[in-house]
Write a protein of this length. Structure first.
Length: 157
C-alpha cells in the first residue's frame, strides 16, 4: 500500500479488497494468506517491502500506485503483479500495451492519456457552450506520473 498505515484512503481500499475477496469465497486464514506492507510513499520503504514480499514467494502481488509496481518489478520479473491506482502504465513502461501487457504486470488503469479526447467530447456534450479548455500539468512529471528524479535514480530505474 502506497499509504501510511493510519491513512483513511489506504484502510478503505484494503477493507474493500477484503470484502470483495469474501464475496468471491476467499477468506484470510481459511483459504488465503495476505501479507500487507505500508510505505507512506517513501522510496526506501518501497524497495524494502518489495524485496520482503517477493522473498515470501507469493502466487500474486496486488500493488497500489505506479511507484509500488516499479519497486516490485525491480525485484522480480516473474511474480505476477496486479496493479490498481496506476497512471499510464504503457507510457511509464510498466506494461507493453493495455491489450497485451506482457511481462509480469497487469491491472486497472486510473488514467490513460488517450482518454483525454473522450473527456473533451463528454465536456462538449454536457456544456456545449464551452469554447476554451485549459490543461494544467506539472512539467517535472513524466507521463507515468514519475518525477524525472525518480526515473534517474539507479535504484528505481
Amino acid at each position: 500500500m502506497h499509504f501510511a498505515p493510519d491513512a483513511t484512503g489506504g484502510k478503505e481500499r484494503l477493507a474493500a479488497f477484503h470484502q470483495g475477496l469474501r464475496a468471491a469465497g476467499w477468506e484470510e486464514g481459511r483459504n488465503l494468506r495476505i501479507d500487507t506492507r505500508w510505505t507512506d510513499g517513501r522510496d526506501a520503504e518501497l524497495r524494502k517491502h518489495a524485496a520482503e514480499l517477493v522473498a515470501l514467494d507469493p502466487e500474486v502481488i496486488l500493488a497500489w500506485a505506479t511507484p509500488t509496481v516499479f519497486a516490485l518489478q525491480r525485484v522480480s520479473r516473474t511474480v505476477p503483479i496486479v496493479f490498481s491506482g496506476v497512471i499510464d502504465p504503457v507510457g511509464s513502461g510498466l506494461v507493453a500495451s493495455l491489450a497485451r501487457p506482457g511481462g509480469n504486470a497487469t491491472g486497472f488503469v486510473s488514467f490513460e492519456y488517450a482518454l483525454a479526447a473522450k473527456w473533451l467530447e463528454l465536456l462538449k456534450g454536457v456544456a456545449p457552450q464551452t469554447r476554451r479548455v485549459a490543461v494544467l500539468r506539472d512539467p517535472g512529471r513524466q507521463p507515468g506520473g514519475e518525477s524525472h528524479a525518480a526515473l534517474d535514480d539507479p535504484l528505481l530505474a
